[in-house]
Write a protein that binds this ligand. Structure first.
Ligand SMILES: [Zn+2]
Length: 64
C-alpha cells in the first residue's frame, strides 16, 4: 500500500482564482466564492476588488 497520497486526490480542494489564475492550498476567507453551473469558482481578493470596482463603475449613479 502506498503511504503517500496520490496526486490529484478528489479531496484536494485547491482554490484557483477564475480571473488571474492564482492558486491557494485552501481558499482564504478574503476570497470570493461563487458557484457557477454547479462548479465552484473563486476570485482572489485583488480580483474581487477589481471586479467590484468594475461593477460599481458600470452602475448608473442616478439609479441610487
Ligand atoms: Zn485573482
Amino acid at each position: 500500500m502506498p503511504s503517500s497520497e496520490p496526486p490529484g486526490a478528489e479531496n484536494a480542494e485547491k482554490a484557483v482564482c477564475a480571473r488571474c489564475g492564482v492558486t491557494a492550498e485552501t481558499p482564504p476567507p478574503t476570497w470570493s466564492r461563487a458557484v457557477d453551473h454547479g462548479r465552484r469558482s473563486y476570485l482572489c481578493d485583488d480580483c474581487c476588488r477589481a471586479h467590484i470596482t468594475a461593477i460599481e463603475s458600470r452602475l448608473d449613479p442616478a439609479r441610487w
